[in-house]
Design a protein around this ligand. Structure first.
Ligand SMILES: O=C(O)CC1=CCC(=O)O1
Length: 96
């Protein structure tokens, strides 16, 4: 199942810099592990924003929920989740 997830990051100005740096490092490692496994198919920075658009390939809604809840930066994020279906005009075989 494919999902588009838009993640807006809002870190409070008074947050502990060491804690934030650790969470960013953990987020990067978590993201890159899931990308290497093929679960986190794409991640794009939205130009000019501390925000990304990502495509996930997961088994179920519950799997996506668990993945999102485990994001180290989750406490600082607003999420928008959009389920995706294959477009009838798509020509890429892996867009399913
Ligand atoms: O910087 C972001 O958009 C938040 C984020 C998600 C995965 C990652 O490495 O950073």
């Amino acid at each position: 199942m494919l999902f588009m997830v838009e993640m807006d990051v809002n870190i409070p100005l008074d947050a502990d810099p060491e804690l934030v740096a650790q969470r960013k490092a953990d987020e990067k490692a978590y993201s890159q592990k899931l990308q290497a496994e093929g679960t986190w198919r794409h991640i794009w920075r939205k130009t000019g924003l501390y925000s990304n658009v990502s495509i996930f390939d997961v088994e179920s809604n519950e799997a996506l929920h668990d993945l999102i809840m485990a994001l180290p930066l989750y406490p600082y994020m607003d999420m928008k989740v959009t389920p995706l279906n294959r477009h009838p005009s798509a020509i890429r075989e892996d867009d399913t």
